[in-house]
Ligand binder design. Structure first.
Ligand SMILES: C[S@@+](CC[C@H](N)C(=O)[O-])C[C@H]1O[C@@H](n2cnc3c(N)ncnc32)[C@H](O)[C@@H]1O
Length: 451
């Protein structure tokens, strides 16, 4: 059977509506990072044409057009996301203080959504090196502090932490049928053989995720594909392999719960998203039996590091040093090898301490340079700014939102925005009062990828 025949047999009377949805543009939403900005202020100041509230998670709105160069996106106060892609984290229902594992995490739409819910700690993982770098960039942009990022196979990462996580998200690599529009490349690459390959890989990842889940913990398995082999059939086979796991009903004001009486929730394009499947699974046992990972002892700061942090009036309860690089977190650092753990504060180079962009995106520094719209545009293009103020490193802000950092000479701000994050000549941030949406102008920024 081809893709359309399979959809027809699965959707029956809903098939014409599905077919009609394939001619419509992709649905989009913006999700507010409520750790950066509160809802009332966002609604008053964003200047965005928000069509309506998203049904799939709190503090998110359906939008049209591309919003990647809005300053609130650049500052990490909001995140662009396919609307129904926010449902799996909503269903995971992360509570303040939970320890969470996100096993297939790039580019980070769900990791950043998880961090919004104030878990005690997030371990996220991604196999693909380029995608892991995009994920890190998105985490830094949104000011993530208490996280560890591993660039590895999901199975290996999960098996490093047996029985340690309250919540596990497996947003699995899948055949991606939800991304198919009628005439695009994804359709030409579609095959039943690929569905079978994806299903086998997902089963391996699920079995490893099971090991990382604490007793009494909850796992959400999600895909953005329609194939039953990767969704309901996958969950059924998993439950047979793991009799101490039960599937929990999903009661949400969106999607199709208990699709085909199989327990999981489906969201089709006719339901307001591009396509999601999610199943909520709980492990039997007492949460008190959650196991603890091995942690590093905090390191003592050098005089140079201490002087910098005092100057910024920022401190972290825990520090970790890797050669000359200093990191900070609110939690003791996990042992092991990571692509990144905690906030990269900066690096000692000979007799100087050179601070990092990530630090200024995560911390609330004592010395700030607040920019107006024109100054922000110049800053994001890597320009120096005439700006008389006290000498030293400064956090650069716009409407109070962190945008990066600079070094003040007393008269001029020397631009310290990393080159990879600068805008190309000819592209500009879309300031709210400018009216309509951007056209998705090409920039050098690497982290602007939706999921
Ligand atoms: C559906 S995407 C994840 C989207 C992400 N959760 C988000 O919301 O932004 C699946 C991801 O799994 C990654 N992946 C594929 N095989 C993997 C493996 N064996 N281990 C870990 N990640 C893998 C892919 O590179 C891809 O980035």
């Amino acid at each position: 059977m081809d893709f359309f025949e399979r959809m027809k047999s699965s959707l029956k009377e809903d098939y014409p509506a599905f077919l009609a949805s394939m001619d419509r543009p992709f649905a989009r939403s913006v999700r507010l990072n409520t750790r950066r900005m509160d809802r009332d202020r966002f609604l008053a100041e964003s200047g965005l044409d928000l069509e309506r509230e998203s049904p799939f998670t709190r503090d998110a709105w359906i939008v049209s057009g591309s919003w990647g160069l809005h300053p609130l996106h650049v500052s990490g106060a909001m995140y662009l996301q396919e609307p129904s892609a926010s449902a799996p984290v909503d269903i995971l229902d992360v509570q303040t203080g939970d320890r969470v594992l996100d096993l297939c995490a790039a580019p980070g739409s769900k990791s950043t959504q998880i961090l919004r819910e104030k878990p005690s700690f997030l371990v996220c993982n991604e196999l693909d090196p380029k995608r892991a770098s995009v994920l890190l960039s998105n985490l830094e942009r949104t000011g993530a502090v208490d996280f560890a990022l591993s660039r590895d196979d999901a199975c290996r990462t999960a098996r490093r932490f047996p029985g340690m996580f309250d919540k596990v998200l497996v947003d699995a690599p899948c055949s991606g049928e939800g991304m198919i529009k009628k005439h695009d490349l994804a359709l030409t690459e579609w095959s039943e053989a690929n569905i079978r390959i994806c299903a086998a890989r997902q089963a391996d990842i699920l079995d490893a995720a099971y090991e990382a889940l604490a007793c009494g913990g909850v796992m959400v398995y999600s895909t953005c594909t329609y194939a039953r082999e990767e969704n309901e059939d996958q969950v059924r086979a998993f439950l047979q392999r793991h009799p101490d796991m039960t599937q929990e009903p999903i009661h949400k004001p969106y999607g199709r719960p208990d699709f085909d009486q199989a327990g999981g929730l489906r969201i089709f394009p006719m339901d307001g998203g591009e396509g999601q499947f999610a199943a909520r699974l709980r492990k039997a046992g007492d949460p008190e039996d959650r196991r603890e990972p091995s942690r590093e002892k905090t390191v003592r700061l050098t005089a140079l590091e201490q002087a910098f942090l005092q100057d910024m009036q920022v401190s972290f309860p825990y520090y970790y040093r890797e050669k000359t690089r200093l990191y900070g977190m609110n939690q003791p650092f996990l042992k092991g090898t990571w692509k990144r753990q905690g906030v990269f504060i900066g690096e000692t180079v000979k007799t100087r301490f050179e601070p990092a962009h990530a630090f200024f995106m995560a911390a609330d520094c004592a010395r700030k340079a607040e920019l107006d719209d024109a100054q922000l545009d110049a800053f994001l293009h890597g320009q120096e700014l005439a700006y008389p103020m006290e000498k030293g490193y400064v956090q650069v802000t716009w409407h109070g939102q962190p945008m990066g950092f600079a070094k003040s000479t007393g008269k001029v701000l020397k631009n310290k925005l990393p080159k990879g994050l600068r805008l190309l000549a000819g592209s500009h941030v879309r300031l709210p009062e400018a009216g309509s949406v951007t056209d998705g102008t090409v920039t050098e920024r690497k982290e602007n990828q939706e999921a």
